[in-house]
Every structure is written in structure tokens, then in C-alpha cells.
Design a protein around this ligand. Structure first.
Ligand code: PLP
Length: 235
């Protein structure tokens, strides 16, 4: 078994065991493999091991990978999620290539994505990013802003509002991880009351996936535990 195949198996086991610990069904939790900075060969290994959904942070890198795999037999089955910060000048590439965008935090970009989504594609699935704990971060809205932004996004024809996403400030303490994720789950449940199509709560990464699952995550975004540490040094 390759390392990536083995890592994927381990991560699936960790998800299943975290789910069982809080009496949830493991199938309620989607595993998004975060492949940013990793070569297509690593993604191909993950695909061969049955992984379907991939997350990319950099628009052009993500589009290159989507195009690379467009000719593969699994192309129609793969699902590409944009999970990085999105600037308006890159919105067209996201609208034309990805199935999901997790990082919506501005109406102006939402409008562009809806306008730029090709008519022959299904609506772009979007999550609103919440700045839940990281005051330093410029990404995400505060919860007070959620009702108005959700209402505006839900009205856009070529987007489908599916839920919320957060990247909490790094925190080692499990009870504190749980408290932050719990606030996200409260907001998610309230949103779902209002918009029945809302079904996705994107939270949990390599170091905090167990707490995220205990607090109600439906999608964990895992990079390091699958593909190993990332190398950001220039090639
Ligand atoms: C890089 C990244 C991840 C994956 O983080 P790991 O700690 O490597 O699992 C998840 N979500 C987002 C938004 C990221 O940028």
C-alpha cells in the first residue's frame, strides 16, 4: 500500500472513530482531501485509493489540476472545492471550473460568481466563511452579518447556498476547540432552519478534526494527515 493510500485509510478511521464517540454516523462526514502545493501524482494516488473530493487554495494551481484530471476516467466523479481566499479578479476561474467555493464573505464576489457561472453547469455550491475566533484574520464575516449576507446569496440564481465554513485560530486545548466549533454549529442549525438546502458545515483540519466532528462538522478539510507536510519554499 502506498503512503497516501495508508494515510487516507488512517484518516477515514479517525473520522469514523470520532463519529462513533459522539454517536454520529461516519457517513455524515465528507472527507475533503486538501491537495494545495501537492503534485498531480499525489492526487492520482488518492484517487486510486477512492478519494473523490479535493480542496485547492490557489485558483490557477487548482484549475491546472482540474484540467489535468479532466481527461481521466474518473473526471465526472471527482469534485473540486475552492477553499482559499478569493479575490474578485479570480472569480471567473472559480465560477468556470469548481463545483464548490467555501470562502464566500462578500456579496460583490458572490454576485460575480453567479454572473460568471456558465449556464451549462450546475449552480456553484457555496459556503459562507465565518470569522469565528481569529481576530487577526481578514477573511470571513462575523456572525452578526450572516443573516443579511445569507439572504442576498440565497437569492442569486447560479449559486446554491449549502452552509458555513470556518478556520478557527489554532488552539491545542480540546475543550476550547469544541467551544468554538459549537458556536459554528449553532449558527449552522439556525441557518438550516431558514434555508432547507443548507446541509454542509465545513470545519476541522488535521489538528482539530475530532473536536469539529464532535461539534457537528459535516465536512473536514484534511491536508497534512493525507499528503504529509507542505513545502512552501521556492522550487
Ligand atoms: C491548508 C488548509 C487545510 C488543511 O490543513 P491541514 O492542517 O494540512 O489538514 C484546510 N482548510 C484550509 C482552508 C486550508 O487552507
Amino acid at each position: 500500500m502506498s503512503t497516501i493510500q495508508q494515510n487516507l485509510q488512517d484518516v477515514r478511521n479517525r473520522i469514523a472513530s470520532a463519529a462513533r464517540d459522539c454517536a454520529r454516523a461516519p457517513e455524515e462526514i465528507t472527507l475533503l482531501a486538501v491537495s494545495k502545493t501537492k503534485p498531480v501524482a499525489a492526487i492520482a494516488e488518492a484517487i486510486a485509493a477512492g478519494q473523490r473530493a479535493f480542496g485547492e487554495n490557489y485558483v490557477q494551481e487548482g484549475v491546472d489540476k482540474i484540467q489535468h484530471f479532466a481527461a481521466s476516467p474518473q473526471a465526472a466523479w471527482l469534485e473540486w472545492h475552492f477553499i482559499g481566499p478569493l479575490q474578485s479578479n479570480k472569480s471567473r476561474l472559480v465560477a468556470e471550473h469548481f463545483a464548490w467555493c467555501h470562502t464566500l464573505d462578500r456579496l460583490r464576489i458572490a454576485q460575480r460568481l453567479s454572473d460568471q457561472r456558465p449556464a451549462e453547469m450546475a449552480p456553484l455550491n457555496v459556503l459562507i466563511q465565518i470569522n469565528i475566533s481569529d481576530e487577526q484574520s481578514k477573511s470571513g464575516i462575523v456572525l452578526d452579518e450572516l443573516p443579511a449576507l445569507a439572504e442576498a446569496i440565497a437569492a442569486l440564481p447560479n449559486l446554491r447556498l449549502r452552509g458555513l465554513m470556518a478556520i478557527p485560530a489554532p488552539e491545542d486545548d480540546y475543550p476550547r476547540q469544541l467551544a468554538v466549533f459549537g458556536r459554528m454549529n449553532d449558527a449552522f442549525l439556525a441557518l438550516r432552519q431558514r434555508y432547507p438546502q443548507v446541509d454542509t458545515l465545513s470545519m476541522g483540519m488535521t489538528d482539530d478534526m475530532a473536536a469539529a466532528i464532535a461539534a457537528g462538522s459535516t465536512l473536514v478539510r484534511i491536508g497534512t494527515a493525507i499528503f504529509g507536510a507542505r513545502d512552501y519554499s521556492p522550487a
